[in-house]
Design a protein around this ligand. Structure first.
Ligand code: ZN
Length: 301
């Protein structure tokens, strides 16, 4: 059967760019609603220092409230070993470490060089319990271009993948943090990744900053990617990436795949209700999803 896994990132990537603090009970409600709509994995937040992203100052409370939700795996971003330990202590064992292929973006994002981030990753890999180490995922930000230094070559991405793979990590996601990718660069980067690292499960994280995320997702699918991040309503961005706007909208991605006969396990009507609710609780946020604006076509309503 043709199927893909959609990883919902609205509670993490979607909220991190919002200036206004979203109350804890609303965050928990969002995660529960997304789980109800069929999301198999939900990024519930980032275990970063509150001064780095104040939106996540309540991440421990959120994590403790949702870590036992049925039918969904909660995951969280961790920038360092301290964050990883905090996430584990709150019952979150699917962890995502991240760093940027581009030095300038990594400095802006986590105040250190990519080699220093790799040292931190090594520490995390050594300290994690076996199950968490096995499911650890590493996100390579700016894999398709950097807002500060422009083009990011395939060779640079492959070098980063190799360093991460050497540490025993088996899940790596290439992130188009600011929407610089196009179907050709997606094809080139993922094809080389699959060819050189057949043991790695590669995922894709596309922002729709310049409208190409659905085309990029389809190209990635065609060359073998089966795990995609997306954000309900297209909510999202990166606070350290000027010009960065929403992730590809979950409902648009689900609509694309399902209408092509590729199963996602998600319920579009329930997803659109989540978007309605999101717009009500976040009137200041601009939801960018096309399906949310246009509605479901009659034939599949
Ligand atoms: Zn992102």
């Amino acid at each position: 059967m043709k199927e893909v896994k959609i990883i919902e990132v609205a509670p993490r990537d979607g909220l991190q760019n919002l200036q206004a603090f979203v109350p804890t009970d609303k965050k928990i409600a969002l995660i529960k609603k997304l789980a109800h709509a069929g999301a198999p994995e939900i990024q519930i937040g980032s275990f970063v220092a509150p001064q780095a992203i104040s939106q996540f100052r309540d991440v421990r409370e959120v994590a403790r409230s949702v870590h036992r939700l049925r039918g969904v795996v909660p995951s969280a971003l961790v920038p360092n070993r301290r964050g990883a330990e905090a996430a584990l202590a709150c019952g979150i064992s699917r962890l995502i470490f991240f760093f940027s292929v581009s030095s300038k973006h990594n400095y802006a994002n986590v105040k250190q060089s990519p080699p220093d981030s790799l040292k931190e990753l090594r520490l995390i890999c050594r300290s994690l319990p076996a199950d968490a180490a096995e499911s650890l995922r590493v996100d390579l930000a700016t894999a398709f271009g950097c807002p500060f230094s422009g083009n990011v070559t395939t060779a640079a991405v492959l070098r980063a993948v190799e360093k991460v793979a050497t540490l025993g990590v088996r899940k790596i996601t290439l992130c188009d943090t600011v929407g610089f990718g196009n179907p050709r660069t997606v094809e080139e980067k993922f094809s080389e990744c699959f060819r050189l690292f057949p043991e790695i499960q590669f995922g894709a994280h596309f922002h729709n900053t310049r409208g190409l995320a659905p085309a990029n997702a389809l190209r990635a699918y065609d060359i073998g990617v089966r795990s995609f991040d997306s954000s309900a309503g297209g909510l999202g961005g990166c606070p350290y990436a000027p010009g960065s706007s929403g992730n590809i909208a979950t409902e648009d991605m689900v609509f694309m795949f399902e209408s092509m006969g590729i199963k996602t396990g998600m319920d579009l009507k329930k997803l659109l209700k989540v978007c309605d609710w999101l717009q009500k609780i976040l009137p200041q946020a601009k939801l960018s999803g096309a399906l949310f604006a246009a509605g479901l076509p009659d034939r599949i309503r």
